[in-house]
Design a protein around this ligand. Sequence first.
Ligand code: ARG
Length: 460
Amino acid sequence: SEKKLSSARLSQPTNAFVEEFTASVQFDQRLFRQDIQGSIAHATMLSQVGVLTDAERQAIIKGLTQIETEIDAGEFNWSIAQEDVHMNIEARLIQLIGETGKKLHTGRSRNDQVATDVRLYLRDMIQPIRRELLRLQSALLDVAEREAETILPGFTHLQTAQPVTFGHHLLAWYEMLARDAERLDDCKKRLNSLPLGAAALAGTTFPIDRELTASLLGFDRICRNSLDAVSDRDFAIEFNSVAAMLMMHLSRFSEELIIWSSAQFDFVDLGDAFCTGSSIMPQKKNPDVPELIRGKTSRVYGNLFNLLTLMKNQPLAYNKDNQEDKEPLFDTIDTLLGSLRVYADMMAGITVNADNMRNAALKGYATATDLADYLVRRGVPFRDAHEVVGLSVAYGIKQKKDLSELSLAELQQFSPHIDNDVFDVLTLEGSVAARDHIGGTAPQRVRQAIGQARQELANL
Ligand code: ARG
């Protein structure tokens, strides 16, 4: 079998299946760019401190650059025998530039190398995730603006509660996503710390300059403890918890979209491009995208638990267990990125059946609270007003009439404090317009909130 870089101590070749079983190159090869970037920074630092000559540095960089080109072109020969992305690249470097290639690993271990690569990779991937999230946030604001006056029933317990504007409802989603965006930025700050220099676990005897390596790689800080640097994966767990929360939000929105696009609600149309038909039922238009996102949320939760459990009983410092951090982390990144992307695209094309929303709000006595508030303004204590309205609703249900459809005389049976102006507050439009304060559902407040949100996004 192929000559390994790390096997001199071992007198027997690795069992063929063990070789395959312990290898990670099948999935960690996606770290190649960060691995090369890290190696170039390491070699540059080594030459600055006099451990490598400048000619050696140049040869190493040239070799690594060629390797990157080979990988990009799909011409690189990944080998299970070389175990992982790091050894594959180092072995190829030695093949390409000879003896000098063997000096790259001076003052370094795969333990600080892999920790660095994963941090760099995650940092790189947070960017497109953040971009897709931003696209979704803006799409939400566009629909919210268009539907600032559209009225639908707001629900509690999935029972009609009070009328709200659809714009306002979408802004609730926006707020959740805005916090997720903040959390992403925050976890990015914390992960941006350099492990290189920790070597295997104890540091190195060479006169390394970690500040230089950190600045070459765009790290804000240096991991301060070598044992922590190689064994910590909490940055990955933190990212995965942010991702889990974000997916939880998307899953919740999805649940609403699924309900709203049913024939029984028929509030929204997701667009044919985001739905699929049925192989047997010709009439079907299924909301597959939101359903899949609801489903994929469980993968991301699973990955979070995978990582938490992976770490919970590892003694310091590095253990091979850590190799298992990659697949869940990569899966979370891919799932989150894909989900945000499809959501942003779908949101831009969502259309609303305003009549159905309005009709639904007219059922279910959505303005009952408005009648109670009206009575309170006329001096009736709220508890008494609550009872008056409860009796009016019970009467309306028997008569099969909405509150706004009862006559003044009918309403006055329940309270002498009701006058003709009561009908202003019993309309849906009156009800939403009256909630005219910061955070309220009045169309003008919704427009104001959209303006502020747009400003926030523009200032990013
Ligand atoms: N492939 C390994 C990982 O993913 C790289 C580090 C291996 N280090 C070691 N001492 N075996 O964690």
